[in-house]
Design a protein around this ligand. Structure first.
Ligand code: ADP
Ligand code: MG
Length: 321
């Protein structure tokens, strides 16, 4: 269960302090499709980001399963986000360099799971979001609606308690919007789904509850809060080195030519830097002194005009009379 108690949020721009959320008091249970609607700039995303632990509130309290987040460190929020919340954004948070399967499996990689063991789990999620048969397709080989389903699958694979979606259908046509909303509705039977939208029609069609925000305040709250209790357990998640390496390798393979060009450029700049360093550090005065010592004045004599002009370098000492 999530509770917001007197939450206030300010944004500090260069000249003024902007009061983005004003005394927000809300409770969310374990399930259901909860819509947050309101005009642009009303504070919808700010509210969602605070609930998802992406942004921090300035006063009040956010309580997650009876645990106050007042004293949460940034590491605690990181753990909360990773173990408890799945994010779906309008910009399709998918990785372009990976195919459908890898985009979903990567989350389990990040949880140190064994690829052989998680295969069934990944396939089940792919089937659940309706992407069966598209496993090997890259992100530019599927439609916008399918990409959004990959994003939902990525959020889902962590088995989060909450799924947070900020305008998840903002870039989709009505047919794809319906597919995505139907999927989220299906998931809302055992997940808490929080969706920001400015599409009231969509909200009224799918919502169990609609919250309306205006100027940072909740002005209406209709529907079912739906509560239930499961103890909060936070387990820290770190990126295994193997996953980081694989990701880097895939990025390199995706941009092969750019990578080769970068290496060449790097080598060229190293050579240039070497020349510059040599030039600036070379002790020319010292070199000149050594020459003078070894060859007498021959070094200067290399310039012919001096040589011919009175033969200054081999001038005999005047013989005293
Ligand atoms: P919504 O999602 O409803 O369009 P937001 O929550 O994004 O609204 O923003 C609410 C208000 O806070 C807006 O007036 C916006 O300009 C302001 N705001 C949002 N983010 C910032 C920020 N990082 N710095 C300053 N002001 C911000
Ligand atoms: Mg927004």
């Amino acid at each position: 269960m999530i509770r917001l108690i007197n939450i206030n949020k300010f944004y500090h721009s260069t000249s003024e302090k902007f009061h983005a959320l004003k005394d927000i008091n809300l409770t969310f249970g374990q399930r259901g499709m909860h819509f947050i609607v309101g005009k642009s700039g009303s504070g919808k995303s700010t509210l969602l980001n605070i609930i998802g632990g992406i942004d921090q509130y300035d006063s009040g309290d956010l309580i997650i399963d009876d645990v106050s987040t007042k004293d949460f460190s940034s590491k605690d929020f990181h753990t909360y986000r990773n173990s408890y919340v799945g994010f779906v954004f309008q910009e399709f948070n998918v990785l372009k360099g990976l195919n459908v399967y890898d985009n979903i499996a990567i989350s389990l990689d990040l949880q140190h799971k064994n690829p052989k063991e998680y295969h069934k789990e990944v396939q089940a999620i792919i089937d659940r979001v309706g992407l069966t048969g598209l496993e090997k397709r890259m992100m530019n080989q599927i439609s916008g609606g399918e990409r959004q389903r990959v994003a939902i699958a990525r959020a889902l694979i962590k088995n989060p308690r909450i799924i947070i979606a900020d305008e998840p259908t903002g870039n989709l046509d009505s047919n794809n919007s319906k597919i995505v909303m139907d999927l989220l509705k299906d998931l809302s039977r055992d997940h808490l789904i929080l969706i920001v939208t400015h599409n009231k029609k969509l909200a009224n069609k799918y919502a169990d509850r609609v919250l309306e925000i205006k100027d940072g305040r909740v002005i209406s709250d209709t529907g079912d809060i739906e509560t239930g209790e499961t103890p909060l357990s936070l387990k820290p998640i770190t990126t295994p080195i193997k996953t980081s390496f694989n990701l880097a390798l895939k990025a390199v393979m995706l941009f092969k030519y750019r990578f080769i060009f970068m290496i060449l450029l790097f080598a060229l700049s190293l050579t240039f830097a070497g020349v510059v360093v040599n030039l600036s550090l070379a002790d020319t005065t010292g070199e000149y002194a050594v020459y003078q010592k070894t060859y007498g004045n021959e070094y200067v004599a290399l310039q012919k005009k001096y040589y011919n002009n009175n033969n200054i370098h081999h001038k005999k000492k005047p013989v005293p009379n």
